[in-house]
Write a protein that binds this ligand. Structure first.
Ligand SMILES: [Zn+2]
Length: 186
């Protein structure tokens, strides 16, 4: 993996979804309760280690989670989505091209000196803004499985995605099957 793996909207979007999905729900508790969990999230999404995370990074990451979750929650109202994303971009993003050493030119999206949380806010807001501009607010979704509140991005070919993962899809299928059996015994 190259030194520029932090940079690119596809990865920023996956990280935004993963960050929002750490919020406590009926499915699980808070998955971003400590710095170690933030560090694991970053490493799981291709951040080359070592990654050092402190309490400021964690506090900013939790603020970024709230802000990005609000964007997903507002998905039925495109003016509200735009207002929230524009505000988040204005507060956190300062896109600029950079090349250093052997690394080719790439886009840094956060302001210099940002914490990991500041970077998550800026890159997440930029990714969602690009996706909404390309696909419309319908790209923003929430898992439809009972009790799951994970964020979902409806991108890629095929029918619109309804579930965050295979576990939620199969759990829902089984529940629907059981409901059908109950409704028509015999
Ligand atoms: Zn789910």
């Amino acid at each position: 993996m190259g030194a520029d793996t932090r940079f690119g909207p596809a990865r920023w979007g996956r990280l935004a979804v993963a960050l929002v999905s750490t919020a406590p729900s009926r499915r699980h508790g808070d998955l971003l309760a400590g710095p170690e969990e933030l560090r694991a999230l970053l490493l799981a999404h291709g951040e080359p280690g070592p990654v050092e995370v402190d309490e400021r990074d964690l506090a900013d990451a939790r603020a970024a989670r709230r802000a990005l979750a609000a964007v997903f929650a507002a998905r039925g109202d495109q003016e509200q989505v735009a207002a929230l994303l524009n505000d988040l971009l204005a507060r956190t993003a300062r896109p600029r091209l950079t090349g250093h050493g052997e690394v080719p030119l790439h886009l840094h999206v956060d302001a210099p000196g940002s914490s990991w949380g500041g970077w998550l806010a800026a890159s997440g807001a930029m990714a969602l803004a690009l996706l909404v501009a390309e696909h419309g607010v319908e790209v923003l979704a929430q898992c439809e499985a009972e009790g799951c509140a994970h964020a979902v991005l409806r991108i890629g070919p095929g029918p619109a995605r309804r579930y965050c993962d295979a576990a939620c899809a199969s759990r829902t299928r089984v529940a629907a099957y059981r409901a059908t059996r109950k409704a028509s015994p015999g």
